[in-house]
Design a protein around this ligand. Structure first.
Ligand code: FAD
Length: 460
């Protein structure tokens, strides 16, 4: 389509008005530009539109729509299933929008959509401030925020969206809107968990909190102790203060030892933290103890090494309300059958402030305390089949213990039923919002809330 004469003319005119960089097949740098974080994804977009400002975003969108080209929106490029790229369409890339202003007195930050979590936290920590983010510095702030945002500070401060005060967004029609509690309030409700369904967000405004050095890191036990360690973890997480969040993971250490790790972060006083983390050191006989005081930024950047760009990944996720003994057995089995030293099963405890918000208050509906499970296969070389089969098998084995609904940022290319389940009672309200802001489903490459307005029009 892009090769047609009419399209070339429109593209030529776009180039003349463009502030950033436009890359098409045949241009230098195309191969690097089309790649995303997950090396297993290989797509060939017709155009990669690196936006320099909001005007570029509007122009790219108008160009794509005028040519009936598919739109993919990319910020940090960390979508595991590759939803931020496409074949033959336009990738609207915001990764060069890196502006950030911190207002220390108001404890607020205005952040552009191209920041990674590490870049965002580096700026806020200059003032001793932070808010809930994901756990790996290289992840994009935009995609993570729009889906919800689970992370180390969620017990104390809620999800990332619970700290969101406003967004600037480009609608499917190319209008630039600001949404907050008082402006476009329904849209603001929807973007807090509704992903990229309603428009392209170019900037976010966040509430920040004082976050000094945290007590954080992991204690590692051999996999042989996984059963008892997981039972201790279950007991431990049943009564944690909001300031302490703990994850369990079945993994292989850098020395090649199959293991189970408890990784945690306490954001209160270091003295109290030492007392609270003590039990974790005696869940079994540890082979390593890396719990130390460190900056929140360091905690995030240290995690980058475990998730390098370009490696191949495949993920499936679940939500468990309880870790009963049968579920523990299933986890132990998953750890034992792991097919790659880079793969892991991550058990993330969601609790505290994140679970005290009424599910109807934001689009993100999964507010009950529980465990979000990510089964992530990762490999560098060779065939994918055995690693994918391992993930699928673990996922099936956990089915009997799972509740319905999975966090949208951990969903892959799933059928619509999974998206409905993720939003539960909020789904219908989201469809109404989608009908209003994106009735033709221009923003379809996401955990899609399918509009129904076109169907209704056809019926009339
Ligand atoms: P991209 O791949 O750029 O975009 C993903 C999707 O988000 C796009 O398809 C689009 O629909 C939407 N989108 C992106 N930018 C915009 C925008 N500006 N406007 C509108 N829509 C947009 N999640 C957590 O909650 N907590 C974690 O701790 C966590 N850790 C992770 C660690 C790793 C290594 C990875 C790979 C993922 C992790 N995630 C975590 C999941 C993460 O939240 C999602 O992958 C998220 O989509 C990443 O955001 P991104 O900007 O990098 O995504």
């Amino acid at each position: 389509m892009v090769e047609s004469t009419q399209c070339s003319v429109v593209l030529q005119s776009l180039r003349g008005r463009w502030h950033g960089e436009l890359i098409s097949p045949g241009n230098e740098g195309y191969d690097a530009a089309r790649k995303v974080w997950n090396g297993a994804i290989s797509k060939q977009p017709a155009i990669i539109a690196y936006c320099a400002d909001t005007t570029d975003v509007v122009q790219a969108l108008q160009f794509a729509r005028s040519q009936c080209l598919q739109v993919a929106v990319r910020s940090g490029g960390h979508s595991l299933s590759g939803q931020s790229t496409c074949n033959g369409g336009v990738v609207i890339d915001l990764s060069r929008l890196k502006g950030i202003r911190v207002h220390p007195r108001q404890r607020m930050a205005c952040a552009e959509a191209g920041l990674t979590l590490g870049e965002f936290v580096r700026a806020t920590q200059t003032w001793g401030l932070a808010t809930t983010t994901g756990t790996v510095a290289g992840t994009g702030l935009a995609g993570l925020t729009l889906g919800g945002g689970l992370g180390w500070l969620m017990g104390a401060y809620g999800l990332t969206i619970d700290n969101l005060c406003s967004v600037q967004l480009v609608t499917a029609e190319g209008r630039i809107l600001r949404a907050s509690i008082t402006e476009e309030a329904e849209l603001f409700w929807g973007v807090r968990g509704g992903g990229g369904n309603f428009g392209i967000v170019t900037a976010f405004e966040f509430q920040l909190h004082p976050v000094g050095p945290v007590l954080a890191g992991k204690v590692i036990y051999p996999l042989a102790q996984a059963r008892s360690v997981l039972r201790c973890y279950r007991e431990y997480t049943s009564s944690l203060p909001d300031e302490l969040t703990a994850y369990a993971s079945l993994l292989t250490t850098s020395d090649g030892v199959p293991a189970i790790a408890i990784t945690l972060c306490y954001c209160g006083s270091l003295e109290e933290g030492e007392r609270l983390v003590k039990p974790v050191r005696t869940f079994g006989t540890p082979i390593a103890d890396f719990i130390r005081p460190m900056s929140y930024l360091k905690l995030l950047t240290r995690a980058d090494a475990g998730a390098p760009r370009g490696r191949s990944y495949y993920e499936k996720a679940r939500m468990l309300k309880h870790l009963n003994d049968e579920a523990v057995e299933a986890f132990v089995e998953c750890g034992a059958r792991c097919t790659s030293p880079f793969s892991c099963v991550l058990i993330q405890h969601v609790h505290g402030a994140a679970s005290r918000i009424d599910p109807s208050q934001t689009a993100f509906a999964l507010r009950e305390e529980g465990f979000v499970i990510s089964i992530v296969a990762a490999w560098d070389d060779g065939a994918a089949d055995q690693h994918i089969a391992w993930t699928d098998k673990c996922w099936l084995a956990l089915e009997p213990y799972s509740s319905s609904g999975v966090y949208v940022n951990f969903l892959g290319d799933e059928e619509e039923g999974q998206v409905r389940a993720a939003y539960g009672a909020n789904h219908e309200r989201l469809v109404t919002l989608k009908n209003r802001y994106d009735p033709t489903n221009c923003f379809a490459l996401n955990q899609n809330i399918t509009p129904t307005i076109t169907e209704r029009k056809n019926l009339a």
